[in-house]
Ligand binder design. Structure first.
Ligand code: URA
Length: 237
């Protein structure tokens, strides 16, 4: 059966239940498929077509989930770490049932917009330099940005290890602040690019991915779901 899925797997993937708990619900007659009670733990369903109810409540089907997080400083962009708090630790228990991961990385002390998902293809499209998706950062430096730096960023900075960065947008602002627009995400890229120009980065904050802006009303450390449609329209358009 094309796109068929085990019933217990579907229930576990769309609820906070484990597969074992889902199987128990099925065995005890609490699950129906297209109005018929289904007690078979081996049953398969077509998630996008069949109507599955658990205790009379519809189990919707979302193949992937997406969240936008306002990442605080001091939190690792990783799925798991033995010692440090990771961005996934910021999610409520009920939102941690899927194998989520951050889309790209922000340094531990970088704040701002970070996407979390379990959709590897979408993540790849957002991160890949080939997609050319802009990421915009607000930067506070330990000195002023010069016209020469703006030119060097536009030409593509060569880092101390010989790595050549893609052309980046640099706009000088008042009080040693600047805006940087990247289309790739090399390790510590902004810090290293400014390092080559003799400036240190005091603060780094990501404001935008594609056309998706960090909402003003999303507090630091909080997150909200984004639909696949919203993400496609705002990131890729
Ligand atoms: N560049 C950096 O140096 N750090 C980040 O977190 C993101 C871009």
């Amino acid at each position: 059966m094309k796109n068929a899925m085990r019933l217990d797997k579907l229930i576990a993937s769309q609820t906070t239940l484990s597969r074992r708990e889902a199987r128990q619900r099925i065995l005890s007659g609490r699950v129906s498929v297209n109005t018929e009670v289904c007690r078979s733990i081996d049953a398969s369903v077509m998630p996008q077509q069949d109507t599955v109810l658990l205790d009379g409540q519809a189990i919707g089907y979302q193949p992937f989930v997406y969240y936008m997080l306002h990442k605080p400083a001091g939190v690792l962009s990783a799925s798991r770490d033995r010692r440090a708090t990771t961005v996934l630790d910021l999610l409520h228990e009920c939102d941690r049932t899927r194998p989520l991961f951050p889309v790209g990385r922000l340094d531990k002390n970088t704040t701002g917009l970070l996407l979390l998902t379990d959709d590897g293809m979408m993540a790849h499209r957002i991160i890949s330099p080939k997609s050319g998706i802009e990421k915009e950062y607000s930067v506070t430096l330990d000195g002023p940005v010069t016209d020469d730096m703006v030119k060097r960023f536009a030409e593509g900075i060569t880092l101390t290890d010989g790595t050549v960065c893609a052309s980046a947008g640099l706009t000088a602002l008042e009080n040693c602040r600047a805006r940087v627009i990247l289309t790739e995400g090399k390790y510590h890229e902004i810090k290293r690019m400014f390092g080559v120009c003799g400036l240190g980065v005091n603060q780094l904050h990501r404001m935008r991915i594609g056309h998706l802006w960090l909402p003003d009303d999303l507090p630091v450390g909080e997150y909200r779901p984004v639909s696949a449609k919203e993400l496609s329209e705002s990131v890729f358009c």
